[in-house]
Design a binder for this molecule. Structure first.
Ligand code: PHE
Length: 350
């Protein structure tokens, strides 16, 4: 084997050993570069005779061509390997199922509130909304519950810091302040008609929302929901309360034979007052009485605080617990489950 053949073999081996394109370019420089081995051979030609130049030159060129071919082949192999590797790294399994966006849904209590609004809406009730941080006036005093009234002690709540000497605001203990807020708004709207002794539209509203008390057990949570109802007109009676509330419960629970009991009770802002219990005729709760609301004829002092003449205007109010209604409707035995935020529990209501 002559020296040129040996050089070709050496170049081929060197190219084959190059594992990356960069290695390969380094190897190329050793053989084909400016001061590479082939170039050295070319330079050697200068000292030779014309005849020798011809034959040696041809041999060197032939060797150079073989080396170049080997280089090109190796370049291609490396480029292909690189492409394969890249393809593999970016491989997509088109048979995998797509990633779905988790489908959210309404909270069970929100579902109940929607239902309440729908049912009362169909009976001509507006829906009103009000602040959760409430003043002492709206939460208690305007509702015929002055400072030191014993009924206040049943509404232990969270007070908001306020300047020294000022009556502190509080997280509302019930939605009843909305009776006053909404009525006052309506009265303002119809002030001129009222002053002229003309009739004004009846006040018919529900006010659902969050309420707060210092309470926590299976049927009480420090934050809970209430829905207030108010109907004021010139001849709205206790009979209307019984009719409306019974119709609501029967529609809500989809049970035409549901029985209601109006149990005499006391609230400072209604007179007479009643607590409303319902009894299921069928199902797991059959026979049991369950309290769902407080209610009564709006007290004359409260009607006066609404800006209306209690000699002329009369009506009823009720306050019910949507959380309780949700428990009853779905058979849930611990109220706190609604507010723990456990998706395993909540997703069952979708
Ligand atoms: N606000 C009362 C409570 O939270 C319920 C109620 C509302 C009673 C309206 C009578 C009239 O206990």
């Amino acid at each position: 084997m002559n020296e040129l053949d040996a050089l070709v073999t050496e170049a081929q081996q060197s190219f084959a050993q190059a594992a990356t394109p960069a290695d390969l370019e380094n190897a190329k420089a050793q053989f084909l570069g400016k001061s590479g081995r082939i170039t050295e051979w070319m330079k050697g030609l200068a000292a030779l005779s014309v005849e020798e130049k011809k034959s040696r030159g041809a041999a060197i060129n032939a060797a150079k061509q073989v080396i170049e071919a080997a280089l090109t082949a190796r370049r291609q192999t490396l480029a292909e390997a690189e492409l394969q590797q890249q393809l593999q790294a970016e491989a997509l399994d088109v048979t995998l199922p797509g990633r779905r966006r988790g489908q959210g849904g309404l909270h069970p209590v929100s579902l109940t509130l929607e239902r309440i609004e729908l049912i009362f809406g169909s009976m001509g009730f507006e829906v009103a909304d009000g602040p959760e941080i409430e003043s002492d006036w709206f939460n208690f005093t305007a509702l015929n519950t002055p400072q030191d009234h014993p009924a206040r002690s049943m509404h232990d709540t969270f007070y908001v810091e306020s300047p020294a000497g000022a009556t502190p605001n509080l997280l509302r203990t019930h939605t009843s302040p909305m009776q006053i807020r909404h009525a006052v708004q309506q009265v303002k709207k119809y002030r001129t008609a009222l002053d002229a002794g003309q009739p004004i539209p009846e006040i018919r509203v529900i006010a659902p929302g969050r309420t707060y008390r210092v309470d926590s057990d299976a049927t009480h949570s420090p934050m809970f929901h209430q829905c207030e109802g108010l109907w004021i007109g010139e001849s709205v009676s206790f009979k209307d309360l019984k009719f409306i509330f019974t119709a609501f419960c029967r529609t809500f629970f989809e049970s035409d034979d549901l029985v209601l009991r109006f149990r005499p009770s006391f609230f400072p802002f209604t007179e007479p007052s009643a607590e409303i219990d319902i009894q299921f005729q069928r199902g797991p709760l059959a026979g049991r009485w369950l309290e769902v609301a407080g209610s009564g004829q709006v007290h004359p002092n409260v009607v006066r605080n609404m800006g209306l003449d209690p000699e002329k205007y009369i009506g009823f109010a009720f306050g019910m617990g949507p959380d309780r209604l949700t428990m009853l409707r779905y058979g849930v035995n611990d109220l706190r489950l609604f507010f723990d935020g456990d998706i395993r529990f909540l997703s069952q209501f979708q």
